[in-house]
Design a binder for this molecule. Structure first.
Ligand code: ATP
Length: 364
């Protein structure tokens, strides 16, 4: 029996449509070959280009369709020249995060042999270290609490950081469950690190206390804490010590770009924004208008995000073929990367977007 699942697709701005097209094509090939699931893609309007044409960045109908879909696949959105009246950029991805209460921003960082990382790989391989961790960024509160409504006067400006018990508890439960799942799949020792600044801010002492309470519910897993500044240092000096890290919104925003940097660039950094009932999968990078329309954008982050989507769908529906296809897709991207012959220029190759995506399909 085949289960039909709908995927809401936002093609995005700039390089968005260029990396989404081969991704949907590969997903479509996979579903056509599966006896266990079928995917139906619904392309929805939103984004900066749509705003420039209509005055709407995320039409109510698009939001409604995204809500009723089984998963949302979103490409890079926003254009530097298209802005709201207050000067901020069009970012329907942030609106979706809020509207669908997607509190857990999942940012995996994985470095394999042959990857163009700024780290000294020879050292790593001599030490036989594996770099494969996940940063979870709380995505609905923290320092983004007053986003767009911070107070600005002639003399000062303030923004408010907010940490709630309700969201933190959900977030920490999610982090521990992820560590458990990863360990079951042979990835990581089953450890969660709370990244905070509890030595300086009372709000972070509160965050840490809630983390410790959740840790007690998972005695089979390890837990520890790290200050955010030390974490930035260790992510560069000894990134292999991390398994699952969980942190506040702004800290997570910054550390996830550091994670992308370790992987060799934004073009390799996938992400998922996950809530209790919905999830959005998108690359970490923006719409890269400087290279749009040239067929040179790296499609790997988008493809890895699509692989995460298949694996998440497998959690929601008991269809192991979805998990297997997700893992196969992710392995095919990493195989293409380690071969190094058909990769895009941002990571040291010469291939076009289409050629890189075709190479992934061949490896699949
Ligand atoms: P945003 O604020 O929307 O995240 P940004 O201005 O910080 O966007 P990006 O649009 O992500 O940044 O682009 C940053 C740089 O990385 C640009 O030079 C861009 O060309 C490059 N870049 C981003 N994504 C890719 C990609 N998929 N392939 C190749 N280069 C990319």
């Amino acid at each position: 029996m085949s289960t039909l699942l709908t995927v809401a697709v936002f093609d995005g701005d700039g390089i968005g449509p260029e990396i989404m097209a081969p991704t949907v094509a590969i997903l479509d090939q996979l579903q056509q070959r599966s006896e266990h699931y079928a995917l139906e893609f619904e392309h929805l309007p939103a984004g900066a280009k749509h705003f420039a044409a209509t005055g709407e960045s995320l039409p109510a109908q698009s939001l409604e369709s995204a809500r009723s879909a089984d998963a949302v696949l979103l490409s890079a959105m926003g254009l530097p020249d298209v802005r709201y009246k207050d000067g901020t950029e069009i970012s329907p991805q942030i609106e979706l995060r809020k509207a669908m209460n997607l509190f857990a921003g999942v940012r995996p960082v994985r470095i394999i042999h042959g990857q163009n990382t700024p780290l000294a790989l020879t050292d790593l391989h001599a030490k036989n270290q594996v770099i494969d961790f996940v940063l979870i960024r709380e995505s609905t509160e923290g320092l983004f609490h007053t986003q767009g409504v911070g107070e600005v006067t002639e003399d000062y400006a303030t923004e408010t950081l907010k940490i709630t018990k309700h969201t933190s508890e959900k977030l920490f439960r999610f982090a521990f469950n992820l560590a458990e799942q990863r360990r079951a799949n042979g990835r990581g020792p089953g450890k969660v690190t709370c990244v905070d600044k509890a030595n300086v801010f009372r709000a972070f002492a509160f965050f840490r206390k809630l983390f410790d309470q959740e840790a007690k519910q998972h005695p089979q897993l390890k837990s520890d804490h790290a200050y955010v500044d030390a974490t930035a240092l260790w992510m560069v000096q000894k990134p292999w010590i991390f398994d699952v890290m969980v942190t506040e919104n702004m800290f997570g925003d910054i550390l996830s770009d550091l994670g992308a940097g370790l992987m060799g660039g934004l073009g390799l950094a996938p992400s998922a924004d996950i809530g209790e009932h919905h999830a959005v999968f998108q690359p970490c990078h923006g719409s890269a208008p400087d290279i749009a329309g040239k067929n040179i954008a790296n499609p790997f982050a988008m493809l890895l995000s699509a692989a995460m989507m298949l694996e998440w769908l497998a959690e929601q529906h008991p269809i192991s073929a979805l998990r297997e296809d997700g893992q196969r897709l992710s392995n095919a991207v990493y195989k293409t990367l380690s071969e190094g012959t058909t990769i895009t220029s941002d990571i040291g190759g010469k291939a076009s977007t289409t050629q890189a995506a075709d190479a992934v399909w061949k490896n699949l």
